[in-house]
Design a protein around this ligand. Structure first.
Ligand code: PEP
Ligand code: MG
Length: 577
């Protein structure tokens, strides 16, 4: 039995066998196929070869332009692998003979080739192993993309996925599949992979530095996503202890669920709004189950992931219409495209940047590519007649960006009016406050915004200079840091001074102990992953506003994040008995 410590990213306990995804490994399930499916499998293989050729030729062109012809010619060897008749014929023959899916057969043939080449004495031929491996992975990736079913979906039993890292799109693709927990080597508490795990309501521990080197496929693993602990091959006493813990946690959850449909009102009558964060339209069922009064953050960029093209206006419209109708009479805040940082959209072919979180992303990208931005804005406006929709812009750093975004919005409205397409002319437009410059100029932004939503996930990383996805500096990522609290105070005061509501949709809004302080600071709206809503309502209903204000005043006098955290935890324990 080995115990590993990481960062608690999504609460809950899961005990299951491990399904490990290696650093560069692709998940290649073995699937039997019927005789009738053989031509389709061969066609998929041919398409994957064509697609791979195109990718390599494009890559060659880019390299020739950036680095020179000689460097580009290195990839000629990759193109040769694609034309290797022996390899192609062996794959086709084995599909016909073995009646198995092409991705699996190809991965087996690839392994055999790599094995043979790596044993050859000749240095030149030996070096070809890397080419075969590289080009083989490309083909495999394209095959898996085409097969769609070739993923964790085909697993029969529940597993814990252990990986070096999982991108938000990997995680989104695992939606509703047989994964009951995640463990990753790297990552932070507010990385989008962790956020996605909370949405999926599965426990996750990230930043477990030795996870992939210590854990093997098939091991039994206990994942305690609340404490950030992972136990490999637990002994029977530990298993027993965690099973009891699981039952206890379920008991708490049931207690919290009893208040899920009641208002979030303090004992002395102060009511705040509790809403949910979603990533995909299908998340609305979880939202309803957990008693949310609307959606405070709809992260629309997940709609662009795991596909090769950009979603059309009609696709956007159908998704937003569905969410608007499902959530009626409550409101839904749609956040416009927030790509970049750790959310990479392959179809946009945006070059990798040195500092992606500070780069060409979110509203910056949308303002530079109004033709892409408008598709989404028009769809939001069109869908606004089907419910109560609001929209908000991410990553606004100052008033000029807000004005530019609103100008494009006005153009979209004018187009729709001209086409006589109905939309809500009074749609509220909010600003996410997640960049320190926006926090410090909140008074200026408030004059042109209908509401604020504080994005603490980014606000914390930018103001404390701590990458939210990096486990090495996770200890510095402190929501309770006095600098963060002061900024939040400033934003709330500026918003209220201008007569607008101030909400928060970063993970901090759902942190039990910190809710006391946010309440005391006067936050109006709290938006969070659906799974934490009942607990947050329970807490708010357990204290008075004046108690919260007293706690806040005392917390604001403390000088470190740790002190604030410990103080608010102690107060929470006192309140909840
Ligand atoms: C935030 O930054 O707090 C936020 C809610 O947006 P995201 O987590 O998607 O960056
Ligand atoms: Mg953000």
């Amino acid at each position: 039995m080995i115990q590993l410590k990481g960062i608690a990213a999504a609460p809950g306990i899961s005990i299951a066998k491990v399904y490990k995804i290696g650093k560069e490994e692709l998940i290649v399930p073995q699937q039997p196929i019927d005789e009738a499916e053989i031509p389709l499998q061969i066609q998929l293989f041919e398409e994957a070869l064509i697609q791979t050729r195109k990718e390599i030729v494009d890559l060659q062109k880019r390299i020739a332009a950036d680095m020179g012809q000689d460097e580009a010619e290195i990839f000629d060897a990759h193109l040769l692998v694609l034309e290797d008749r022996m390899l192609i014929e062996e794959v086709i023959a084995r599909i016909k003979r073995e009646h198995l899916n092409v991705a699996y057969i190809f991965s087996e043939v690839l392994k055999k080739y790599i094995d043979i080449f790596s044993k050859i004495e000749d240095e030149y031929l030996k070096e070809r192993t890397a080419d075969i491996n590289d080009v083989g992975k490309r083909i495999l990736r394209n095959l898996l993309g085409k097969e769609r079913k070739g993923s964790l979906e085909d697993l029969k039993e529940k597993v814990v996925v252990v990986a070096h890292d999982l991108s938000p799109s990997d995680t989104a693709a695992m939606h509703k599949q047989s994964v009951c927990a995640f463990v990753t080597d790297i990552g932070g508490k507010t990385s989008h992979t962790a956020i996605m795990a909370k949405s999926l309501e599965i426990p996750a521990v990230v930043g477990v530095e030795e996870a992939t080197s210590k854990i093997k496929s098939g091991d039994t693993l206990i994942v305690d996503g609340s404490m950030g602990v992972v136990i490999i091959d637990p002994d029977s006493a530990t298993l027993e202890q965690y099973r009891k813990e699981e039952v206890k946690l379920k008991g708490f959850v049931e207690k919290f669920l009893e208040v899920k449909d009641l208002p979030a009102v303090t004992k002395d009558g102060k009511e705040v709004e509790i809403t949910a964060n979603i990533e995909l339209p299908e998340d609305v069922s979880a939202v309803k189950l957990h008693g949310s009064h609307g959606i405070g953050l709809y992260r629309t960029e997940f709609f662009y992931m795991n596909r090769k093209d950009l979603p059309s206006e009609e696709e956007h419209y159908q998704a937003y219409k569905y969410v608007a109708e499902e959530m009626k009479p409550y409101s839904v805040i749609i956040r416009t495209l927030d790509l970049g940082g750790d959310k990479f959209l392959s179809q946009l072919e945006i070059p990798r940047e040195m500092q992606p979180f500070l780069g060409w992303r979110a509203i910056r990208f949308c303002l530079a590519r109004p033709e892409i931005f408008k598709v989404q804005l028009r769809a939001i406006l069109r869908a606004s007649v089907h419910g109560k929709l609001k929209l908000m812009y991410p990553m606004i750093s100052g008033i000029e960006e807000l004005e530019q975004a609103n100008k494009i919005l006005e153009e979209s409205k004018a187009e729709l009016s001209k086409e006589k397409t109905p939309f809500d002319k009074d749609i509220e437009v909010g600003v996410m406050i997640e960049v320190p410059s926006a926090a410090m100029t909140a008074d200026l932004l408030a004059t042109q915004a209908d509401f604020f939503s504080i994005g603490t996930n980014d606000l914390i990383q930018y103001s404390l200079a701590v990458d939210r996805t990096n486990e090495k500096v996770a200890y510095l990522y402190e929501p309770a840091h006095p600098a963060v609290l002061r900024m939040i105070k400033n934003i709330i005061e500026a918003g209220h001074h201008a007569g607008i509501r101030v909400g928060m949709c970063g993970e901090m809004a759902g942190e039990p102990a910190l809710i006391l302080i946010l309440l005391g600071l006067g936050l109006d709206d709290f938006s969070m992953p659906p799974v934490v809503i009942p607990e947050v309502k329970y807490i708010i209903r357990s204290l008075t506003l004046s108690q919260a204000q007293e706690i806040t005043q005392a917390a604001l006098k403390l000088s470190t994040g740790r002190e604030v955290e410990e103080f608010s935890q102690a107060k929470l324990r006192e309140i909840l008995g």
